[in-house]
Design a protein around this ligand. Structure first.
Ligand SMILES: C[S@@+](CC[C@H](N)C(=O)[O-])C[C@H]1O[C@@H](n2cnc3c(N)ncnc32)[C@H](O)[C@@H]1O
Length: 216
């Protein structure tokens, strides 16, 4: 199954936004890297939100990245395999183009929207609340895209195995196991998603020093 329930994505917004605030230093570093790589700022920058859903994460990225990239012309692309979600997303992120595709097809799908040889520092891939629902094929395709287009990746908010509910409840362990099983359904990486992305990027040499995964 692809696509998250819209009311669930809506209910998450204040909590996701609060958690993403902790990532602002990473946005600073990403923006600086992009500005340093293309100091003239003449080339159009393309920012692609992967697994964009109904556009909540892209709206947050746009609010916080735009002032960090003054004077840059930014093209926003929202990618998701669930077309109904992307139709809603365009209401939240005006002037964004959408691409309906599985992330395992990302290099081909993006190829239709990017120049064959974009200048370094002109592509940023973002995502939020997505790594844990990916497969190894999706991870490989994302890293191939970064490698091919000399892009930068900024991947926030992914569930790990060490989460706890407050207040504790005797059913928490059962719930955690059911959630973990659900996350791993159909070959998805679940709580290992962030670590697999980091490890695969290291193995392929597609890594910048800013890369971090809590606990690694
Ligand atoms: C938890 S939602 C996050 C949505 C959005 N990033 C946010 O923060 O509100 C995960 C999204 O990833 C999409 N998704 C999951 N696996 C995918 C895949 N392999 N290819 C494309 N989209 C995928 C789902 O359709 C869903 O919209």
């Amino acid at each position: 199954m692809i696509g998250a329930a819209q009311d669930w994505l809506e209910a998450r917004v204040p909590f996701d936004d609060a958690a993403r605030q902790q990532s602002l230093p990473l946005l600073d570093r990403a923006a600086k890297a992009l500005l340093d790589t293309d100091p003239s700022g003449q080339s159009r920058l393309t920012i692609v939100d992967l697994g964009a859903g109904t556009g909540k994460s892209a709206a947050w990225f746009r609010e916080h990245l735009t002032p960090r990239l003054p004077g840059r012309t930014i093209q926003w692309l929202l990618v998701d395999a669930h077309e109904p979600s992307l139709e809603i997303a365009t209401q939240h992120v005006g002037e964004a183009d959408t691409i309906v595709t599985r992330l395992s097809e990302l290099p081909t799908a993006l190829g239709e929207h990017l120049p064959e040889h974009p200048a370094p520092g002109t592509l940023l891939l973002t995502c939020s609340a997505v790594l844990d629902v990916l497969t190894q094929d999706d991870v490989d395709a994302i890293l191939t895209t970064l490698d091919t287009y000399q892009g930068l990746g900024l991947f926030l908010l992914s569930i790990t195995a060490d989460w706890h509910l407050t207040p504790p409840d005797p059913r928490d362990e059962w719930l955690a196991q059911a959630f973990a099983d659900h996350q791993r359904w159909d070959g998805k990486l679940g709580a290992d998603g962030g670590h697999v992305m980091l490890r695969t990027a290291r193995e392929r040499g597609v890594l910048r020093p800013a890369a971090t995964v809590p606990g690694s």
